[in-house]
Structure formats: C-alpha cells, structure tokens
Design a protein around this ligand. Structure first.
Ligand code: RB5
Length: 145
C-alpha cells in the first residue's frame, strides 16, 4: 500500500501520480491535500510518515513545490528515509543503497512524464540487501556517543 500526499504546490503533479497508480492498479491511500488552495506541507508530510510508521503503508510519495520542505519534515522521524529525486538514477540508487521508504518530488521542478518514470523506478527497484548498506542505514538512526 502506497501513502500519497502533497501540498498545494504538489497538487497538480499528484493528480498525474494518482493516474499512474490507478492505471497500474497499485493500491494507495491519498492523504490530501485536495486542491491548489494554500496549505502547510508539514501537516501532509506527517500523514504519510504515520501511515508508514504505523504499518498501514509500506512506501510513500510526498510532493510539494520543490519537494524540499515536505522531505525535510518526513526525515525528522526515525525509520523514515525520504529521498528527494528529480532523476531516475537517484530513484534507483536510493532504493538500492538507502532503502528509501518515501519518494519526494517537486511539483514545480519535474514534469509529469519524468515524475511518473521516477516513481516507476522507485517502486520497482528493490533494496540491495548489501551488508554495507544495511550497516549505514543502521548508523543513520543510531544515537551519537
Ligand atoms: C509553497 O509555496 C512551497 O513553499 C512548498 O510547496 C514547498 O516548495 C516547500 O518546500
């Protein structure tokens, strides 16, 4: 199950993302927002974060104008690895190396065609399971001494 949310800056791109998920029959929950009326991106980032941390969803997609604010918010939570991607290489690498569980994109940065390819890459690339990558992911959440 994929958790999807955006702010007003990501609303239009989110419609393209939902179209893709519908076409591919990939189950998702849309946590809003529902229009281009201005809203606060942290509110929507947290909805996707909690859906993942509660085990309701296994991956998420977050979209704001740049993808920056919404990914900064998501990455404040332990266990969340939100990757801001504007290209397919990064989307593939962040799944393989970081086991990213949220894809963040900027609705004012990437066009719909590229965004859908980035999402397709993200969803279809498995984590490498490499020991060095597992160790680095563990280190992300480890408290400093
Ligand atoms: C909203 O205008 C914009 O600041 C927001 O969508 C996002 O880009 C923040 O990082």
């Amino acid at each position: 199950m994929i958790a999807v949310a955006c702010d007003h800056g990501g609303f239009e791109l989110k419609q393209e993302i939902l179209k893709y998920l519908n076409e591919k029959e990939i189950p998702y929950i849309d946590f809003g927002c529902d229009s281009t009326q201005a809203v606060d991106y942290p509110v929507y980032a947290r909805k996707v974060v909690h859906a993942i941390l509660d085990g309701k969803c296994d991956k998420g997609v977050l979209i704001c104008g740049t993808g920056i604010g919404i990914s900064i918010t998501a990455n404040r939570y332990r266990g969340i690895r939100a990757a801001l991607c504007s290209d397919c290489f990064s989307a593939e690498a962040t799944r393989q190396h970081n086991d990213a569980n949220i894809l963040a994109m900027g609705g004012r940065v990437v066009g719909p065609g590229l965004a859908v390819k980035i999402l397709d890459t993200f969803l279809n690339t498995p984590f490498s399971e490499g020991e060095r990558h597992k160790n680095r992911i563990r280190l992300i959440d480890e408290p400093e001494e």
